[in-house]
Design a binder for this molecule. Structure first.
Ligand code: NAD
Length: 415
C-alpha cells in the first residue's frame, strides 16, 4: 500500500474538526498539532480519536514547520492564512486553508505566486460548498437540469451575539473584533461559485451600521453586508451575510437557470433539503423537495456531523487531490478561493466609495494580479499601513476597555 499522507494541523480550536477526520482517514496520518494556547494542546491528548497515537504537539509554528510531514492544515486566525500558507508552500508542503484565504489583494498576489512557484496542492476549506444540498445543486446544475445560470442568492446570517465571549475571549484585537462587514463572505458566495463555475467580474457592496448589541460585545464593525455581483456569463448574484437577528441561523442558497431553479430550505430542512423546479417536467412542475444523499457514503463521512456533515469533505478532497485521485477535482484551488473571497474586499472598497461598482481582477492572469501587488487595503493596522480603512462606513463606535474586561470575565466564567 502507498505511504499515507503525513499531515499536521495548526490551530486546534476549529482545527479539531479537521483533526478528528484526519485521525481516522485511511489515506492520512495525523503527525503533528500546533497551537500556542497550551490548554488546547492538552485537550488534544484527551480527545478519544487521538488517544494512544504518536502525535507531536507544538506551541511554536517554526518548530512545527520543522516536523517531517507532507501537508499542513491551516486553522489559525482567519486573517493570517496567506502568510502562513506561503511559508508552508515554500517549505515544499501542500496546504489546506480554512476560511478566509487572504486579508488583502497584496496577499492574494503573494499566495498565487507561492502556489505556482511551489507546484504543491493548495486547497480552500470552504465547507459550505459540501453540504448535501449544495453538492446536489452542483451535480444537477452541471447535468444541465435548469439550463444556463441567470441569478443566484446566497445567505449566511448568524447572530453570534450570545457566543461572542467564547469566540473572541474578550480580546480587543481578536480578528473577529477587527472584521469589517463584507469580509467574511465565502460562506454565502462560495457555493454559488463552486456550483456554477461562474466568476465574479463586477462587485458592489452595501452595509448596515454597527448594532448596539454587537458593540456591547466589543465588535465595532457594520452588522451585515449585501454584495451584488455580475458574473462572467452575465448572471447576477446577491450575497447577504452578518449578525442579523434570526433563529435558527440562515444558510440558504437559490439558483435560477433558463429553465428551472434549485433552492435549499430556509427554515425546516436547511441545507439538508433541496427544492427543485424544472420547467416542463410534470414531477417538479409545482416543485419537488427531497433530502439529497451525501456525496461520499463511508463510515467516516457519516460519522462526521460538524456543519451538516460538510466538515468531512475539505479534508477528504484535499487528500484525494494530493494523491491524484479523480475525487480531488471537487477540491477548491487558489483561483476559485479568490473568486469567492476577493468580492468581500472589493465590496468594502465599494461601500467606502459611495457604493461604486468595482471590477474584479482574475488572479489566474499574471498581468491582472500584478496591479494589486501592493494593495494592502484592510482594517488591520498591522498589515494596512497607510491604506488602513475604518471599520464601518457609518462611523466606528468607541468601545472602552471595560467592555472587553466584561466579555473576558464572561468567557472565563463559562470555562
Ligand atoms: N468553515 C467553518 O465552518 C468555520 C467555523 C469556525 C471557524 N472557522 C475558521 O477557522 C479558523 C480558526 O477559527 P477558530 O474559531 O478556531 O478561532 P480562533 O481564530 O480564535 O482560533 C485560532 C487558533 O489558532 C491558534 N493560533 C493562531 N495563531 C497561532 C500561531 N501563530 N501559532 C500557534 N497557534 C496559533 C490560536 O491559539 C487559536 O487556538 C478561522 O479561519 C475561522 O474563519 C471556520
Amino acid at each position: 500500500m502507498e505511504r499515507k499522507i503525513r499531515i499536521g494541523v495548526i490551530g486546534a480550536f476549529r482545527g479539531m474538526a479537521m483533526i478528528k477526520v484526519l485521525a481516522r482517514h485511511p489515506e492520512a496520518e495525523l503527525v503533528a498539532i500546533c497551537d500556542k494556547y497550551r490548554p488546547l494542546l492538552d485537550s488534544c491528548t484527551k480527545e478519544s480519536s487521538l488517544y494512544g497515537r504518536d502525535i507531536a504537539l507544538y506551541e511554536n509554528f517554526d518548530d512545527f514547520l520543522n516536523h517531517d510531514m507532507d501537508a499542513v492544515v491551516l486553522a489559525n486566525y482567519a486573517n493570517e492564512h496567506a502568510p502562513f500558507a506561503v511559508r508552508v508552500l515554500d517549505s515544499g508542503r501542500h496546504v489546506l486553508s480554512e476560511v478566509l484565504p487572504v486579508e488583502t489583494l497584496s496577499q492574494a498576489y503573494d499566495l498565487t505566486e507561492a502556489v505556482e512557484r511551489s507546484g504543491k496542492v493548495y486547497a480552500y476549506a470552504e465547507n459550505y460548498c459540501y453540504f448535501p444540498a449544495t453538492q446536489e445543486m452542483r451535480k444537477l446544475y452541471r447535468q444541465g437540469l435548469i439550463g444556463e445560470f441567470l441569478h443566484g442568492e446566497g445567505e449566511y446570517v448568524h447572530d453570534c451575539e450570545s457566543i461572542w465571549p467564547d469566540i473572541t475571549y474578550g480580546e480587543r484585537d481578536h480578528w473577529r473584533n477587527r472584521l469589517y462587514s463584507s469580509y467574511y463572505c465565502t460562506h454565502s458566495i462560495g457555493p454559488l461559485v463552486h456550483i456554477t463555475g461562474a466568476r465574479p467580474v463586477r462587485v458592489t457592496g452595501y452595509e448596515t451600521p454597527n448594532a448596539a448589541n454587537m458593540s456591547a460585545q466589543g465588535f465595532p464593525g457594520g452588522t451585515s453586508a449585501l454584495i451584488v455581483m455580475q458574473m462572467d456569463n452575465k448572471a447576477v448574484v446577491k450575497s447577504l451575510h452578518g449578525y442579523l437577528k434570526r433563529e435558527p441561523s440562515s444558510i440558504w442558497y437559490a439558483l435560477y437557470g433558463a429553465k428551472g431553479m434549485l433552492e435549499t430550505d430556509r427554515w425546516d430542512g436547511g441545507i439538508e433539503r433541496l427544492h427543485v423546479f424544472e420547467e416542463g417536467n410534470p414531477r417538479t412542475e409545482a416543485s419537488e423537495s427531497y433530502r439529497p444523499r451525501r456525496a461520499s457514503d463511508t463510515a467516516l463521512s457519516r460519522e462526521t456531523q460538524g456543519h451538516g456533515g460538510s466538515d468531512f469533505y475539505p479534508v477528504h478532497y484535499f487528500i484525494k487531490k494530493i494523491l491524484g485521485d479523480p475525487e480531488g477535482a471537487e477540491s477548491i484551488d487558489v483561483y476559485e478561493a479568490l473568486d469567492m473571497a476577493l468580492p468581500g474586499i472589493l465590496a468594502y472598497k465599494s461601500i467606502l466609495d459611495g457604493n461604486k461598482p468595482y471590477d474584479m481582477p482574475d488572479f489566474r492572469n499574471k498581468a491582472d494580479r500584478e496591479r494589486y501587488r501592493n494593495d494592502r487595503f484592510c482594517t488591520n493596522p498591522a498589515v494596512a499601513g497607510q491604506q488602513l480603512a475604518p471599520q464601518c462606513s457609518f462611523g466606528v463606535p468607541a468601545i472602552g476597555d471595560e467592555v472587553y474586561e466584561r466579555v473576558r470575565k464572561r468567557y472565563l466564567e463559562r470555562g
